[in-house]
Design a protein around this ligand. Structure first.
Ligand code: AMP
Ligand code: ZN
Length: 467
């Protein structure tokens, strides 16, 4: 690589101002960090059960933000929390603790489940090309003292009160309550999200600390000045943010479901304590549906990343598919869509593999960065790649990939070696086998072998490899 190439790869000179849509103002805003390194917090998984493909969208989205900020020359400190206690079945602080409930059902230790699910989560992050080593992952149970200290602070300032099942935040004392997303509080009250607890002063008041029920021995409980119990889900995030990132952060993200309750609660308790703006930019991803339906255990339609890889798709085909829609647009998962994304990704890798070396194409990158600078318009950025694919050299594709994160050397090896024509022969053979036309299927096996490949029938379907 020449010195010039190295220089351009390191710090592009053609970067337009980066604009993000801020949920707080509802507007596109030019990104300017508060001070120094960008501090970003992404609400993380509740580790009572494996995260499904919908849950992976916020982390790919957060990774896209971090990669983009890095290309724009910002230093980033990123935190994704692991919720291993306190997230109740209803976000409105009613019902059982998800961790305790799943531990009880499985007859296992809550911490064992948390550990196992966190490991699976990390595996999924790695497979999706999320740069995990650049992220901190604090566990809520490791920050109990800090959470108690925040509740004490709120009590001293007159924002917290005690009722029979816990310590609650008095939302009437925080007049801007509901400012994120301009929540229609009356509408929420009428809806199902806020369930009745007659002892609460106001319907939106939320739990800061919950007491263990009398006569009940919880697996995870701690002493506190108010009684034995466990922290509320919302205070966990604020305690970890204050401790690791500071009293004010630049970017706070999560799925849109977090806007009405969880994130408004975080703002209320944090700003009541500091009288400073808690997070400067709030960004939320829209939800993924599966075959047109909400992803839900009760519908039995949940899909996990591993199911994609079991079917022979590259895990990054999910990342590719996410990037084909804008993060603020709902997207509907179908197996055909993943097949399409997998094929497109394979072609992209082949192009990259075969592309000649050269200098980074600055005209192309200018257009690419302009799309990304417009609130991370990845569908536009990907379309630009495909429109120009024949002209793009290796260095230009690699430069674009610093943002996209699609080219993976390990998966690339597996994927680029199987040409389309061999895949087509394998598909035809599978059809012949299904139709019990074994003579034809043997012929096709031979044709595949003549091209230097082998087909092996496994319980997950036929697998192709080099001879
Ligand atoms: P949870 O483990 O339920 O707290 O969810 C982890 C993350 O996934 C949160 O940021 C949620 O907002 C987000 N999320 C939940 N369901 C979906 C979905 N269907 N599509 C996209 N994001 C989701
Ligand atoms: Zn959170």
């Amino acid at each position: 690589m020449s010195f010039l190439d190295f220089f351009f790869t390191l710090k592009p000179s053609n970067l337009p101002p980066l604009e993000f849509k801020n949920t707080l103002s509802g507007n596109l805003e030019v990104f300017e960090p508060i001070n120094g390194a960008v501090k970003m917090y992404n609400c993380g998984p509740t580790v009572y059960d494996r995260q499904h493909i919908g849950n992976m969208r916020p982390y790919v989205f957060a990774d896209l933000i971090r990669r983009t900020l890095a290309v724009w020359g910002f230093k980033v400190k990123q935190v994704i929390n692991i919720t291993d206690v306190g997230h109740l079945v209803s976000d409105a602080d009613e019902g059982e603790d998800k961790m305790e409930k799943s531990a009880k059902a499985a007859g296992r230790k809550a911490q064992d489940i948390a550990k196992e699910i966190t490991e699976l989560f990390f595996q999924d992050l790695d497979e999706l090309g999320i740069e995990r080593t650049k992220i901190e992952f604090p566990r809520a149970t490791q920050y109990i003292d800090q959470q108690i200290a925040l509740v004490k602070g709120l009590e001293e300032k007159g924002y917290a009160y005690k009722i029979s099942d816990g310590m609650y935040f008095d939302t009437a004392k925080f007049p801007q309550y509901g400012k994120l997303g301009h929540i229609d509080l009356k509408g929420l009250e009428a809806g199902a999200r806020v369930e009745e607890n007659m002892e609460k002063r106001n319907p939106h008041d939320f739990a800061l600390w919950k007491f263990s029920k009398t006569g009940e021995k919880r697996q995870q409980e701690w002493k506190s000045p108010w009684g034995k119990g466990f922290p509320g889900w919302h205070i966990e995030c604020t305690a970890m943010i204050f401790e690791i990132l500071g009293k004010q952060i630049d970017i706070h993200t999560g799925g849109v479901d977090h806007i009405p309750v969880h994130h408004n609660n975080e703002i209320a308790q944090a700003e009541a304590l500091t009288h400073k703006q808690y997070a400067k930019y709030w960004m939320h991803n829209e939800h993924i549906t599966i075959e047109g339906k909400k992803i839900s255990k009760s519908l039995g339609n949940t899909v996990y990343l591993q199911q994609l890889t079991d079917k022979g798709f590259s895990p990054r085909s999910l990342r590719y598919w996410f990037l084909t829609s804008h993060y603020r647009t709902p997207a509907n998962f179908t197996w055909e869509a993943i097949e399409g994304a997998n094929t497109a990704l394979r072609r992209l890798m082949t192009h990259y593999h075969e592309a000649p070396a050269g200098r980074v194409d600055q005209d192309f990158m200018q257009k690419f960065y302009t799309a990304i600078a417009n609130d991370l318009d990845t569908p536009k950025a990907l379309a630009l790649v495909w429109e120009n694919i024949k002209m793009l050299n290796k260095q230009t594709l690699a430069q674009a990939d610093k943002v996209l994160g699609l080219l993976d050397s390990k998966q690339q090896k597996e994927m680029t070696v199987i040409p389309d024509e061999v895949q087509a022969l394998a598909n035809e053979r599978e059809e012949a086998r299904t139709a019990k036309n074994f003579a034809r299927s043997d012929e096709l096996r031979q044709a595949i072998e003549d091209k230097g490949f082998m087909v092996k029938d496994t319980s997950e379907g036929p697998k192709l490899s080099k001879k």
